[in-house]
Design a protein around this ligand. Structure first.
Ligand code: SR1
Ligand code: MG
Length: 399
């Protein structure tokens, strides 16, 4: 097969028969398009018994949620496949397995995760997966440590940075995270009642300087191969299992961006729960989210440090105390990027179910208000928060 064309369900079945890696390809008979993200086509391929066996994912040449007026590189499929394959090497237990990739068709075949559910969907229902936070911390530590200068030879690291250059997808993040919410941009969308609060973000000099610093580090700090979009909709969970998917924003960037995006989505849920659940369940759910935030960071930091002590190859970076000093900078970045995720998901164009599903309009507005306010607090406080306990105290204080 060659020449890009957009797949129909029949194309996806034919492709899965040819490249799905199943023992009985003729048994694959039906495809269902299940993509609910912003960008791609995703087909579940079923056998005669109605069991889903593999996933076929294809990049469209434009942003799906906007349409053909926003063209987008097909090369993102290569970057997604490469990122997932690389992350799988270091953390197979928490990364979806990609079994085949075709550059021309911008298609990949992946393991079917029907036994799992998208974490965001579970979080908005109040379902709790007690192991998920520690598993996410483990995924972040393994993937980010093993693709960093702590372990890669400097020549290999530079070649890897080049292999993962991802300018068009990075530009989306650069615009949506660090520009749009702080300007009067047509892509922004938020309740009219919040106009004074959003206008105050534009006029907040200290905030704008801090956001500029975060954007600058996103441009310039090639610390590790990031997932690049590790929100709760990019994570599948099941009892005692967690798998990261959807890595088309992968590139070498600041480690705190991935960790901050992950924490940010837990905190968006924290802000949305009062509008999603009855008061008692919401209060319980919010405590769980705070525990999740603590667990993600503490697991990530402990595992990263242990890996650094055991495996650091570079003689200077191995000097006692350096890994701890590096993690303090990652912590400050994490809090800052976490704050930008809260703001871009509520002021910018990419809204999420944790807010969208709140039925009562006044309540939704108040949840969005608390999310924006918390985002600003975190960005401004990023350099002054001692540890996870101090972060939780600030979140509780913010209301
Ligand atoms: C135009 S793409 C909008 C958002 O969807 C993706 O999932 C990323 O989060 C991106 O920022
Ligand atoms: Mg995605």
């Amino acid at each position: 097969m060659s020449q890009y064309r957009t797949f129909t369900a029949a194309d996806a079945v034919e492709y899965a028969r040819a490249f799905g890696g199943v023992e009985d390809p003729a048994a694959l008979v039906e495809a269902q398009e299940i993509g609910d993200g912003n960008l791609n086509l995703v087909f579940k391929i079923f056998d005669r018994q109605g069991h889903s066996r593999v996933i076929v994912k294809q990049a469209l040449p434009y942003v799906r949620c906007v349409g053909e007026s926003w063209p987008l590189t097909l090369d993102r499929a290569r970057l997604e496949a490469q990122t997932l394959v690389e992350h799988y090497k270091y953390c197979p237990q928490h990364t979806v397995k990609v079994t085949h990739y075709d550059e021309t068709l911008a298609v990949m075949v992946m393991e079917d995760l029907s036994s799992h559910r998208i974490w965001r969907g579970e979080l908005v229902k109040g379902a709790y997966y007690p192991q998920a936070a520690a598993q996410l911390g483990e995924y972040l530590a393994q993937t980010l440590f093993h693709t960093s200068d702590f372990v890669l030879h400097p020549h290999k690291k530079k070649a890897e940075v080049a292999r993962f250059i991802n300018p068009e997808m990075c530009e989306i993040t650069e615009d949506l995270f660090f520009n749009d919410p702080y300007t009067d941009h047509e892509r922004n969308s938020y309740p009219a009642a919040l106009e004074p609060l959003v206008a105050s973000l534009r006029d907040d000099e200290a905030l704008r300087v801090a956001v500029a610093g975060l954007k600058h580090r996103f441009f310039a700090h090639a610390e590790a191969l990031l997932h690049g979009d590790i929100h709760s909709g990019s994570i599948f969970v099941a009892d005692n299992s967690l798998k990261a998917i959807d890595a088309e924003f992968g590139y070498f960037g600041p480690i705190g961006f991935d960790v901050g995006t992950a924490l940010g989505n837990l905190l968006i849920n924290y802000c949305g729960l009062p509008g999603l659940l009855a008061p008692r369940e919401a209060a319980e759910g919010r405590e769980r989210r705070l525990n999740d935030v603590r667990e993600v960071w503490n697991t990530f930091a402990a595992r990263f440090l242990a890996l650094a002590q055991e495996k650091t190859a570079d003689v200077a970076l191995a000097y006692p105390g350096y890994a701890q000093a590096f993690l303090r900078k990652v912590w400050a970045d994490t809090i800052g990027y976490c704050g930008t995720e809260l703001i871009r998901r509520t002021v910018g164009m990419s809204h999420v179910a944790d807010m969208k599903l709140i039925k009562d309009e006044a309540m939704r507005t108040e949840c969005i208000r608390s999310c924006i306010t918390l985002g600003r607090t975190l960005i401004l406080a990023a350099d002054h928060v001692e540890d996870a306990e101090a972060l939780l105290a600030r979140i509780r204080q913010a209301g």
